[in-house]
Design a protein around this ligand. Sequence first.
Ligand SMILES: [Zn+2]
Length: 67
Amino acid sequence: MEKKQVLIAKDTCPRCGSEFYCGKSGKCWCYEVSVSAETQEAINEKYDTCLCPECLKSLSENPKQIM
Ligand SMILES: [Zn+2]
């Protein structure tokens, strides 16, 4: 059976519920948002999936929002 390669997956942001696309393999917008390793870790612990660009940006600027 042929396996379809999904380069861009549609996700729902677990924080605000808006839909966004994440380039799970390869280049993704999230590489362009500078998030500190600590913030990224906190996000990974709290949320199962990626966040949308807006939430990631807002959390990167204000990491306390995650706690
Ligand atoms: Zn969001």
